[in-house]
Design a protein around this ligand. Structure first.
Ligand SMILES: Cc1ncc(COP(=O)(O)O)c(C=O)c1O
Length: 617
């Protein structure tokens, strides 16, 4: 492995003296895929560390010459961290900085500080662009997971986003299985009842069997029939190998919006440890936690207020930021064995098109993931790595522009780099808390409106018993149209529609779900939701109940449309309940058959999962 000394003085995998009494992480080589076991380090990439030796003449690598890169500078106007107020979520658009990345910042000798196009656009280390890798590693180890229980703490490798991170985790741990192979060798992956669609899309073609664990409104169940312990203890080997991996989203689950408590996590971790399961934890929404959701939900529904949640953090060591300390942590602070692979992404904190993220895990697993990266993506795009580096990194002291040595490219590049304006860890955390407040306010708006439409209220006027009396009684009937929990985290509201109460249910059964979706997209309501069917972890769940659910995203629409979308949805469902003619429903279903694209969106056609994948989330 190319060895890097980091700014905190540590080296990869080396234990800091303060954690001498911690256990070493366990060895998981027995879980490696056949391909991973056979993977050697890239012989060419092994030379990269020598490139950094000052004055060395490099005629070894097949690198193009940086002089011929056509970009002289890369410039951007980028938000200041306070653009979204952490207290109100309101915007401050004037808060912007100008970022300039020069072609060649030859004045900067420290490779962890040098952000220029000559290095960022060149072939580089698989683990990541050194300045960005160093920043993310430090942020991860000191602020995000300051208290990992194994010696030396975790390492990181940069990825092209969490989708790529998951693909690499599969490459690490799964030997592809074909129908002709012995069934006892078929790999299995534990997951929640509902799963982000890209996960089965990636895993099932490798022969991986999705193994849903019964989940309740607090997340994956640990005990009881269908719970984690039950599934693993009573595994039937005639159906495949007992699962050795789990995929889970614990902080704002997609699609259900669930936040898994620390207590539940601890119990799940113990079972995974007992049955030797590696946990792949995908947390794109970790910072979008809504601690007031339970209270606001109760207030909106006139219910007794729930007890305040216990202080979220389990970590003895503070992250250094009250906002991060207030968040429910991931599995990593519980990970004494080193069996957690956590996937992070800039898709929701910066932008999905960045295609940039990172994996956090124990050093031996990161070393294998680095080998996989060398042979596959090599590294994320240099443009993106440079821009994100410039956004985040604030050097301790800014080099004076006048001290820059003119570079060979100074004829066609801006003569001096602009002073650095990076957010640094504190700015990034301010940015995240501003995003949390802004998304929380959208969630609250949408949930209030959904609550107000959730029942069909019918009044029947009836006369009193004496026919001569002018008095009438009103009989009020309240039929629940749908139910949902206010999401505790993430970007989604998971709504269960009570189709069983619809007058036409006996005739159409689950087809009513398809009809409602089309009904909502019609000219009167014009609102598009995602059917739960595409997220079902297996066919049993899809047929049994997934069609009852719709996923609503409060993040994507413009702010002014959030309430409008909720109104349209609520009114649309109510309008659908007033449909009494079977012919109307038949026509809606006919429309689906005629229109392939809509069918795909509704998870009815062959290509359903593909379009969901194409839509990205
Ligand atoms: C749970 C989950 N994982 C991963 C992703 C995709 O992440 P990335 O853009 O980093 O590949 C999404 C996107 O919606 C998601 O919901």
């Amino acid at each position: 492995m190319a060895s890097l000394a980091y700014r905190d003085g540590s080296r990869q995998g080396a234990g800091a003296s303060s954690d001498d009494d911690k256990p070493l992480p366990l060895d998981f080589t027995h879980h490696y895929s056949e391909i991973t076991k056979r993977r050697n380090a890239s012989t060419i990439k092994a030379l990269y560390r020598f490139f950094q030796i000052p004055g060395i003449l490099n005629i070894a690598g097949g690198l193009p010459n940086a002089q011929f890169f056509p970009y002289d500078t890369l410039e951007a106007q980028a938000a200041k961290p306070e653009r979204w107020s952490p207290s109100s979520g309101s915007s401050n658009p004037s808060g912007a900085n100008h970022i300039t990345i020069p072609h060649d910042d030859s004045s900067q000798k420290d490779i962890l500080q040098k952000i220029d196009l000559a290095t960022a656009l060149q072939y580089g280390m698989a683990q990541g662009y050194p300045p960005l890798l160093n920043w993310i590693r430090q942020f991860t180890r000191e602020h995000l997971h300051p208290d990992v229980p194994y010696k030396g703490g975790p390492e990181v490798v940069l990825t092209c986003g969490s989708t790529d991170g998951f693909a690499k985790a599969l490459n690490l741990l799964v030997t592809p299985w074909r129908d002709t192979d012995p069934i006892e060798e078929r790999p299995g992956m534990l997951c929640e009842n509902y799963v982000y669609t890209n996960i089965p899309n990636q895993a099932t073609p490798l022969g991986v069997q999705m193994v849903p664990v019964k989940s309740d409104e607090d997340g994956m169940a640990v005990s009881g029939p269908g719970g984690l312990e039950d599934v693993l203890a009573n595994w039937d080997t005639t159906k495949g190998k007992r699962p050795h991996i789990m995929y889970t989203v614990t902080l704002g689950h997609n699609p259900t919006g669930i936040l898994l408590s620390v207590e539940r996590k601890r119990a799940i971790y113990e079972v995974c440890s007992k049955y030797d399961v590696i946990i792949i934890e995908d947390e794109p929404y970790w910072y979008l936690q809504f601690p007031d959701a339970a209270k606001e939900e109760a207030q909106s529904r006139g219910l007794p207020l729930p007890p305040s949640p216990p202080n979220a953090t389990t970590q003895e060591k503070s992250s250094g930021f009250p906002f991060l300390d207030s968040l429910v942590p991931s599995f990593t602070p519980l990970d004494r064995d080193g069996r957690v692979i956590r996937l992070d992404t800039f898709s929701k904190t910066v932008a999905p098109g960045c295609r940039l993220g990172w994996i956090t895990a124990q050093p031996a697993l990161i070393e294998r993931l680095e080998r996989i990266t060398e042979a596959t993506t090599q590294q994320p795009s240099g443009f993106v790595q440079a821009l994100i580096s410039k956004l985040l990194i604030s050097p301790p002291s800014s080099p004076s522009p006048s001290s820059s040595t003119p570079s060979p490219f100074s004829l066609f590049s801006r003569p001096t780099p602009t002073p650095p304006v990076g957010w640094d860890a504190s700015g990034f955390v301010t940015w995240l808390s501003g995003l949390r407040t802004s998304y929380q306010s959208r969630m609250t708006k949408m949930c209030h409106i959904l609550d107000s439409h959730s029942h069909l209220v019918t009044t029947h006027a009836t006369s009193t018993s004496t026919s001569t009396s002018p008095d009438t009684w009103s009989l009020i009937a309240k039929t629940p149209l749908y139910t949902f929990s206010w999401p505790r985290a993430g970007m989604f509201i998971w709504v269960r529609i009570h189709f069983h109460h619809h007058p036409l249910f006996p005739l159409f059964k689950s087809d009513l779900s398809t009809a409602l979706m089309i009904w909502l997209t019609g000219p009167k309501y014009k609102v598009l939701v995602t059917t739960g069917a595409i997220f079902a972890a297996d066919d049993t769940i899809r047929k049994k109940e997934a069609w009852e659910y719709f996923r609503l995203c409060f993040a994507a629409e413009e702010d002014r449309n959030v309430e409008l979308a909720a109104e349209r949805f609520g009114e649309g469902v109510r309008g659908f309940w007033e449909v009494r003619s079977p012919e109307t429903v038949r026509k809606l279903l006919e429309e689906v058959k005629k229109n392939d694209e809509r069918m795909i969106m509704m998870g009815q056609g062959e290509g359903m999962v593909n379009l969901a994948g194409f839509m990205g989330c």
